[in-house]
Design a protein around this ligand. Structure first.
Ligand code: SF4
Length: 361
């Protein structure tokens, strides 16, 4: 078995560690490039969600590199994510690829299907080894999230542009190469020192912008033109609404244990959106309310073109923006988005926020 999975930000480091520690061969999906997006768009229905197209392109590249098993998340609920993996499977089979697809759906009380899929993947594996591999993967996920947050803080304040990005890349390599708990912990210490060595402009008070939106568009830089770097280089501190470990904790662990409860974000969204609309529509609204309460300067809402939950959120965010006095800009992204136009819109939004900040102070 040679396993591959969707390329979603730095998740590949976590999943590769998990499978490799279990002795399962992994074909790491290649980084998403223009070619990946072209391939996916060529073979996917035109109206399909942008993340689906990127995944199709990425799976083609991984299958060409020898993968024979695709591990994919499934979904339930009102948006298209419910049949997303099935559509991908049929597209790839029509193209002549031979592979198995293992789909992990949220259990919602029915554990039978998920146990069947887990069995396919881990058949014959020692349970202790599975737990140990999961622990290493989880530690790596936590370390990576810390690195990502540090990069967002330091990039906005660094004196020498580019230093944070260089340290960020080396830090990810260090975590990727760490083979056990001790090395991960030692490397986290080392990485903290690297970040602390960055020369900062301590008199500078950066704009703070929250990023909300659909999970894939938020976490995969190739789908959002690397907006974190664009904003950081403009001296803006970015606060991201979705973190993978929190998401996995709520949507997988608490859901499986059936002890999931409404969180702060759901409560914050309630006066505007009081029911689940699929994807991250509720989170986009709730987090914008929370960001306004925390005094952030603005919010950028990222959404794949035609994404139903985010279109609902967009229509509500106008009112949230007015009520809570927080500027919000929605950007729809797909394979036709051009980097220059995107960058110009982001820069113009930042200029407006800077003018507003100056007028107030
Ligand atoms: S959340 Fe949006 S992009 Fe994701 S599957 Fe649903 S409709 Fe598509």
């Amino acid at each position: 078995m040679k396993v591959t999975f969707p390329h979603l930000g730095n998740l590949y480091i976590v999943l590769a560690a998990f499978f490799e520690n279990l002795g399962i061969d992994v074909v790491i999906p290649p980084p998403v490039t223009k070619k990946t997006i072209e391939l996916g768009s060529m073979y996917s229905p035109e109206f399909a969600c942008f993340p689906l197209k990127i995944n199709v392109g990425n799976f083609i590249e991984a299958l060409e590199k020898g993968a024979d098993t695709i591990v994919m998340a499934g979904g339930v609920g009102p948006c298209r994510f419910g049949y997303y993996s099935q559509v991908q499977k049929e597209i790839l089979e029509d193209l002549g690829y031979k592979f198995d697809m293992i789909i992990f759906e949220p259990p919602r009380g029915n554990m039978k299907t998920i146990i069947y899929e887990i069995n396919k993947l881990f058949k014959g594996k020692n349970i202790k080894k599975i737990v140990k591999s999961a622990k290493i993967a989880w530690l790596k996920a936590c370390a990576i999230e810390k690195i990502e947050s540090q990069a967002l803080y330091y990039r906005a304040r660094e004196k020498n542009k580019g230093t944070t990005t260089r340290i960020y890349k080396s830090a990810l390599n260090l975590i990727s190469e760490s083979s056990n708990e001790e090395t991960i912990n030692a490397n986290v210490e080392k990485i903290n020192k690297y970040f602390k060595s960055i020369e900062l402009d301590m008199n500078y008070s950066p704009l703070k912008i929250g990023l909300v939106g659909e999970i894939y568009t938020l976490l995969e830089p190739s789908s959002n033109m690397n907006i974190e770097n664009i904003l950081g280089d403009l001296g803006v501190e970015v606060i991201k609404s979705i973190k993978l470990t929190e998401w996995a904790n709520t949507n997988i662990i608490l859901d499986m244990l059936r002890i999931r409860r409404p969180d702060n974000c759901t409560f914050a969204a309630k006066p505007y959106l009081n029911y689940f609309v699929g994807g991250h529509g509720v989170e986009s609204v709730g987090e914008t309310v929370i960001y306004a309460q925390k005094g952030l300067d603005g919010v950028i809402h990222l959404a794949p073109f035609t994404c139903m939950p985010e279109i609902i959120a967009q229509s509500i965010l106008y009112k949230v923006s007015k009520d809570k006095q927080i500027p919000v800009m929605t950007v729809m992204l797909d394979e036709h988005s051009a980097e220059t136009g995107f960058r110009t819109r982001v820069e113009a939004f930042v200029d407006l926020l800077n003018q507003k900040k100056e007028a107030i102070s």
